[in-house]
Structure formats: structure tokens, C-alpha cells
Design a protein. Structure first.
Length: 267
């Protein structure tokens, strides 16, 4: 299952996490992780990185990543959109970091913590701290040039799926609506998302179904159709494949609640 967080424009936000575990996801923002305690495994584009207390890690826009804590971790995370660092964003176009793990000098760490994890920080201070952080990062690593990518297309494609996954959609429909050749779009999707369109669509539908099983009182058949499945048999088969249990078993294991929480962030 892969989660796409679409609405990351002109955004800067910070989070404190404890024992963070989060499945594969991607977004158009940069993401900085500062590990305060413990250890964490971060998987970025199918590569594993072991982060220790005191270290920083940077995830670039649209990199598929996940977090795994095996024993204990406490971390600060800052997520910020490319508009905050346009010069650096242009520098890393079609590139990846040779090593995303780095350390900050005491002065940079102090400024970063003050500007990004302080409610009274101002915008200029935040941008200054981000550029200082990125400068020190680039002194410790290098860029690896990759194939040219159309990231605007990736955003349009994944956003379209999120907006229409409850309907009977296919990649051919999407190619027609977005004005792209089907074969090109199919290859592009597999290369950039590392899974087929069908697998991604089923993951999105099952993820939403999981939310509805917990946060609504709708029956399983209703949920199947609300998530875009035309038959309960197809829904059950895909749910079992992804969640390793039936929808009924999933609901029994997760007592029902009623909340306005975002389904793409809670399951």
C-alpha cells in the first residue's frame, strides 16, 4: 500500500513523534527528520537508512519513504514545500542524495530548532534556517543525477486517482482525461511509483475502506461500493490480499469510533 499526501503547497509544519512507524507514502514536500532518542530505519526509494540519535535525514519531494521503529525513537520532523527553498529545489532537479543522513553544527542546530520548532518563529528566520541546514547537508553528501522526471505529471496523476478512486476508473480513462498516451503513462507510473496502477488503486480503495470500517456504521457491502468496487467478491479478495484479513475480521479487531480524522493519515 502506498499513500499519497496531495495537499502540500506553501506549507511548513513540524511534528514531535514517539516510536514512529508509518507505511510507504510520498508527497511534494521536503521532509527533515531529527532523531532525538533511539534508532530508526527509514526506507527511501527502496534503500534502507539507519538513523541514530543526534542525526538528521532529508527526504526529497516525491521520494517514496516509510519509517520503522523497532524498539524506541523520539524525533522532530519538519515538512516544508519547495516554495520555501526555490534555489535548492532547482539544484536537485532530477537528482537524489547519495546519502540523506547528515549532522548539523551546533550553531545551525540551534537556529534550526529555534526557527522551526518554536511557535513565535518568523518566516525569514525559518527560510534562513532551512537554507543553512541544506548548505551543511551538501557539504557532507553529493547529488546523484537520475532520469528526467515530470513531477507535475506525477502530482496530477496521483491527485486524479485520489479524487476519483470511488468511481470506475482505469489508466486508459486517466490518460485520455489528462491528454497522455496510455503506454507512456503506464510506463511512467510503474517507474515513478514502483507499483502498477491497479495495485495502487486497490491500495487506495482498501485504505479508505479500512477507515470506513472503523469510523462509520455502514455495512461491508455499502463500504465496498463506496470505495469503488463493483462486486463484494472483488472487494473481499483485494482487502484480504492487502490487509491479511477479511473486512469483517478487520472491523472486529478495531472497535468502531466516530471521528473527523483524515482517513489517509490514520490507518
Amino acid at each position: 500500500m502506498l499513500i499519497y499526501e496531495a495537499h502540500h503547497f506553501n506549507l511548513i509544519a513540524n511534528y514531535q513523534t514517539v516510536d514512529l512507524n508509518f507505511p510507504s507514502h510520498l508527497h511534494r514536500c521536503f521532509e527533515v527528520l531529527f532523531l532525538l532518542e533511539g534508532e530508526m530505519e527509514v526506507i527511501i526509494s527502496q534503500k534502507n537508512y539507519h538513523v541514530r540519535a543526534g542525526q538528521f535525514l532529508l527526504i526529497l519531494p516525491y521520494e517514496i519513504h516509510s519509517f520503522v521503529t523497532k524498539s524506541h525513537s523520539r524525533a522532530n520532523i519538519c515538512v516544508f514545500s519547495p516554495e520555501y527553498v526555490p534555489t535548492f529545489y532547482k539544484m536537485i532537479e532530477n537528482s537524489s542524495l547519495k546519502n540523506p543522513i547528515f549532522n548539523l553544527s551546533l550553531a545551525a542546530n540551534t537556529l534550526f530548532t529555534k526557527a522551526l520548532f518554536n511557535d513565535n518563529a518568523n518566516l525569514l528566520e525559518q527560510k534562513a534556517s532551512l537554507y543553512l541546514l541544506l548548505s551543511e547537508l551538501m557539504e557532507q553528501t553529493s547529488l546523484v543525477q537520475g532520469e528526467k522526471q515530470d513531477q507535475d505529471l506525477l502530482h496530477k496523476l496521483l491527485t486524479y486517482i485520489q479524487n476519483h478512486f470511488t468511481e470506475a476508473i482505469s489508466l486508459k480513462n486517466i490518460a485520455s482525461n489528462l491528454g497522455y498516451n496510455y503506454n507512456y503513462l503506464s510506463k511512467y507510473f510503474n517507474n515513478n511509483v514502483n507499483m502498477s496502477f491497479v495495485d495502487f488503486l486497490n491500495g487506495t480503495r482498501v485504505n479508505h475502506a479500512s477507515y470506513l470500517l472503523i469510523y462509520s456504521d455502514k455495512n461491508i457491502s455499502e463500504i465496498a461500493f463506496l470505495c469503488g468496487y463493483e462486486s463484494i467478491r472483488s472487494f473481499n479478495r483485494n482487502f484480504l490480499k492487502i490487509k491479511q484479513c477479511t473486512p469483517k475480521e478487520y472491523r472486529e479487531r478495531h472497535p468502531r469510533q466516530f471521528s473527523d480524522l483524515d482517513p489517509f493519515l490514520t490507518i
